[in-house]
Design a protein around this ligand. Structure first.
Ligand code: FAD
Length: 470
């Protein structure tokens, strides 16, 4: 008997739940990856994620070959390809790991239904989170919409079983022998081969492992360093978590056993990831609209020119501009800056949070629907456990607090070199002589601020107040 194992956002062999179950089932296992045209056909040629996935799939193939198997890869529409391969190889079952995004759920339902008609089972497993779906519920049996009690319940439910790695290696002999398989090239699929060039991103499990090893030396200080974008504080593991080139169980187990304030703060971030995944699963409509009903119809004016200035990093607010340029140039943005730029778009520029969410989705190499939507709805105050609407980040104060010396700003806005202190955080407040001696003409070398924070703050408050009941 044969079975397919369908890799998706779990591009590793070790500690892979679905792969473990497939190998253990007694069937000969044929591993498959589909470059899904339903997703890929809509992406720009230079998409960095496709390059990351492609390199990680090569690494995965090497791992499977070393274990005596291989990886079948196709460039096709995923649902049709899986059904075709199942038929072609005459398998009894297709194994895969859960994906909680609405489009993936619809795709999997189609695959399940079509396979069923041919007498083939689709068997799916939890792999990408510690607790999924309705595994962590309130005492009344409902979903948690506030993080702190969710985290408490999550921690209470946590035991060694949920952190234990699946011993895949023991069962690798069940990989079916295959003739050498070729992976379609990026060019063949219509993508640039050099999208990751110069980005210091190492794909595949080696990349994930290197980052994690490096982070272990810093994790004790995470709670102190994580908010400062010029400092190497966070783990930078998000892209690896997104594509499964690291195992969430391994990371969470490490943080849990390591203990201390840094590791427990970091574990808290991993719990936020589970939290948003279960929100999306319980309430898939958040992908289109505000979680809070009173904010579903907020009348954002959506000025197109200001949105474009934000996208391109030319708002005249240095921290915001540096952050947006980091996103555009590298596909990554520091968490503190995601909060600052999101708040700025919604509450200073009065642009619908969904515009920003979409822009991040296009640019972030770690884009994850649940976390991105959760982050945007948090910053826009429309989300489940969000920033209250009246709490509006002051972009200058945030800059002074989290990039006091302006190191991060100058990395991405080198045209401001020569400024320091307040003049760097808010150049329009600098004395003309200060700007002149740095050789900067506002509106020429660097933009004038596109809005006045104080004025926009009042407009944002009025917009939210009008939508609120009572
Ligand atoms: P670390 O600080 O090392 O954290 C470790 C891991 O915990 C992260 O890799 C991530 O998986 C998880 N995590 C951390 N913070 C959060 C959070 N607030 N919510 C959910 N999970 C979290 N994260 C994404 O993975 N993809 C996104 O598309 C995404 N979009 C965001 C949009 C906005 C507006 C905001 C405010 C946050 C967003 N985040 C997103 C969450 C967070 O900013 C990133 O996970 C983090 O910056 C990634 O860097 P890191 O791996 O170094 O994080």
């Amino acid at each position: 008997q044969k079975a397919l194992f369908w890799f998706r956002r779990d591009l590793r062999v070790h500690d892979n739940a679905g792969l473990y179950h497939a190998l253990k089932s007694g069937a000969d296992v044929l591993p498959v990856f589909v470059f899904d045209r339903d997703i890929l056909d809509g992406l720009p040629q230079s998409d960095r994620r496709v390059a990351f996935i492609h390199a990680s799939v090569h690494a995965l193939q090497a791992e499977l070959r070393a274990a005596g198997g291989d990886l079948i890869t196709v460039h096709d529409h995923a649902a049709a390809a899986i059904v075709r391969l199942a038929r072609q190889h005459d398998v009894c079952a297709v194994y895969t790991n859960h994906d909680y995004e609405p489009a993936a759920q619809a795709r999997d339902a189609t695959v399940r239904h079509t396979l069923q008609q041919a007498g083939v089972e689709l068997l799916t497993f939890k792999d990408q989170v510690i607790f999924e779906r309705d595994e962590v519920l309130t005492q009344a049996g409902g979903m948690f919409s506030v993080f702190t009690p969710y985290k408490r319940a999550w921690m209470q439910k946590l035991d060694a079983f949920h952190l234990k790695a699946y011993p895949v290696k023991k069962y690798l002999a069940a990989l079916a022998p295959l003739p050498p398989q070729t992976i379609p090239t990026l060019q063949h699929m219509g993508f640039a081969a050099d999208a990751l060039a110069g980005l210091r991103i190492t794909p595949g499990i080696d990349g994930g492992e290197q980052l994690f090893e490096d982070f272990k030396n810093r994790i004790n200080r995470y709670h102190e360093t994580r908010d400062f974008p010029a400092v190497k504080g966070p783990s930078y593991l998000s892209v690896h978590l997104r594509f499964g080139t690291v195992s969430i169980r391994e990371l969470a187990a490490y943080a849990q056993h390591r203990g201390g304030e840094g590791a427990s703060t970091w574990l808290g971030e991993l719990i936020w990831r589970d939290f948003y995944a279960q929100i999306l699963w319980h309430r898939p409509e958040v992908a289109q609209q505000a979680f809070k009903p009173e904010y579903v119809h907020l009348p954002f004016p959506n000025p197109q020119d200001l949105f474009e200035a934000w996208c391109e990093g030319r708002t005249g607010y240095p921290l915001v501009d540096a952050a947006m340029r980091q996103l555009n140039q590298t596909g990554y943005m520091h968490n503190r800056l995601r909060m600052v730029t999101a708040s700025f778009l919604v509450k200073d520029l009065l642009v619908d949070w969904r515009w920003g969410e979409r822009y991040f989705a296009d640019k972030l190499i770690d884009f994850d629907l649940a976390s991105n939507n959760g982050g945007w709805q948090w910053a826009a105050s429309t989300g489940c456990d969000a920033q209250p609407y009246f709490r509006i980040f002051n972009p200058v104060t945030q800059s002074e607090k989290f990039d006091a010396e302006g190191k991060f700003i100058l990395r991405y806005c080198p045209e401001l070199t020569g400024l320091s202190g307040k003049a760097l955080h808010a150049p329009w407040l600098a004395k003309p002589g200060v700007l002149a001696s740095a050789g900067i003409r506002l509106g020429h070398d660097y933009p004038e601020p596109v809005v006045d924070h104080g004025v926009q703050r009042d407009l944002a408050l009025a917009l939210f107040k009008k939508a609120r009941p009572g």
